[in-house]
Design a protein around this ligand. Structure first.
Ligand code: SAH
Length: 289
């Protein structure tokens, strides 16, 4: 029988157990270009990409080039370090998540008119009525993903992201996972993400165009699944494609049209779901356009 994940949830499952004690990093965080990431989060030297049937291509040969003017000071690591310090103050405690958030230049993913807001803790429009999530929400969700049932805070295996949007979260995930499959249903955003990520040369990110409500079976099973859009229920395909021992984090509609974050752990004993705080994500829609 397919797990039913419609509300109401088990009222006793109000909160996740606190993650294993993780030492807080000292601040201000120093994020040197090459020395700032713990070795466990470094990108793989070579891309051991499995063959997949959908478009993936992030060409490795393209030289990196700045896509935004540097004059506003946003290329400065100090700006990102300040954002990271704020995330830590807001309760994000996983040093590897903080390091990854400090590595990805968020201003590269927003329109030039919005670059000055790129490191504020705010969601921003990315076109076609969609938004890039607040840094705090991105960090929170990825932190939840990394502290799944196994209590394992090591590098994630394969991750499926539903809702590529501008590609920002996929870029953050690329530093924390072996492989990232990210699917988007709007062609315009899929193309935009491809363009945004092209110069970053992240060989472990695979961009897919399609309806993520069906997941992406060719990459399954996934160690983790993360959704950036919320529907009325967690699609059964996502649970099917989650590995045993894996964790899913997604927004979902609850009573009264509100949304909350849901964590689903797939254990050898069955599926366990936990309802967390209220969130505001764009709707999960079926089909492509
Ligand atoms: N992670 C993104 C956030 C994008 S907003 C970022 O970093 O920018 C959520 C995205 O989910 C939107 O682009 C929306 O088009 C997409 N989406 C909604 N329903 C979807 C579906 N069924 N399959 C794939 N993408 C979907």
């Amino acid at each position: 029988m397919k797990p039913s994940l419609k509300p109401p949830f088990n009222p006793s499952a109000k909160a996740l157990k606190a993650p294993e004690a993780v030492p807080r990093p000292a601040f201000p965080v120093r994020l040197k270009p090459d020395a700032g990431v713990p070795s466990a989060t470094k990108l793989p030297a070579s891309s051991a990409r499995p063959a997949v049937g959908a478009p993936t291509g992030l060409k490795k040969t393209t030289p990196p080039a700045p896509t935004r003017p540097g004059g506003v000071g946003l290329d400065s690591q100090a700006v990102r370090a300040r954002m990271v310090a704020k995330l830590a103050a807001q309760g994000v405690s996983d040093p590897q998540v903080l390091a990854a958030m400090g590595l990805v230049e968020r201003h590269r993913f927003v329109d030039s008119a919005l670059v000055n807001q790129a490191y504020e803790d705010t969601s921003l429009p990315i076109g076609l009525g969609q938004t890039i999530s607040k840094p705090n929400v991105v960090a929170r969700m990825i932190e939840l993903l990394r502290h799944g049932v196994a209590g394992n805070a090591g590098k994630l295996g394969r991750v499926l992201e539903i809702g590529t949007g501008c590609g920002y979260q996929a870029a953050v995930l690329s530093h924390l996972a072996a492989e990232v499959y990210s699917i988007e249903r709007l062609r315009g955003l899929h193309d935009k993400a491809r363009e945004n990520l092209r110069t970053l040369r992240l060989p472990n990110v695979h961009l897919l165009f399609g309806d993520g409500m069906m997941g992406y079976a060719k990459g399954a099973p996934y160690a983790a699944i993360i959704a950036a859009a919320g529907g009325e229920a967690i699609p059964a395909a996502w649970i099917d494609q989650l590995a045993v021992g894996g964790r899913l984090v997604a927004p979902m509609q609850i009573a009264g049209g509100a949304q909350a974050l849901v964590v689903v752990d797939k254990t050898p004993q069955g599926v366990r779901q936990t309802l967390l705080e209220a969130v505001h994500f764009v709707p999960l829609k079926s089909g492509t356009s």
